[in-house]
Design a protein around this ligand. Structure first.
Ligand SMILES: [Zn+2]
Length: 123
């Protein structure tokens, strides 16, 4: 097990979430455990698209707002969901509001590139 607490919590969160993103439910790959090439092959997508689904540690309360590197504050999210939450605005949306927004976008087919849509629904 890695000694970095963020990595440890990220790995545990990913296991709890069955390897799927907290926000969009896409499967993710852990760069410490699997090369992007094998994830891409397994899901029949390009490496470029697969990189978007890299496992990241998402701080529900952002570190810049005093969020800690603790299990209760870290979920596993894909790179896209993580980056976009913290992009563009000074204050990231609250996790529940952001989750609801992404679920609406997913339902409308407006989250992730189209080749990734089938991964969201796949068991
Ligand atoms: Zn996601």
């Amino acid at each position: 097990m890695a000694s970095n607490p963020v990595v440890k919590h990220r790995t545990r969160a990913a296991a709890r979430q069955n390897g799927r993103c907290h926000y969009c439910s896409c499967p993710m790959w852990d760069a410490m455990r699997e090369p992007v090439k094998s994830f891409a092959l397994r899901h029949g997508i390009s490496r470029r698209l697969a990189r978007l689904l890299q496992l990241t540690a998402e701080h529900l309360r952002a570190r810049q707002d005093g969020g800690k590197d603790r299990a209760g504050n870290i979920v596993a999210a894909c790179r896209v969901c993580n980056l976009r939450r913290h992009q563009g605005t000074r204050q990231p949306p609250e996790p529940d509001a952001y989750a609801a927004l992404i679920q609406r976008r997913v339902a409308a087919g407006r989250w992730h590139y189209p080749p990734l849509h089938r991964l969201i629904a796949a068991p």
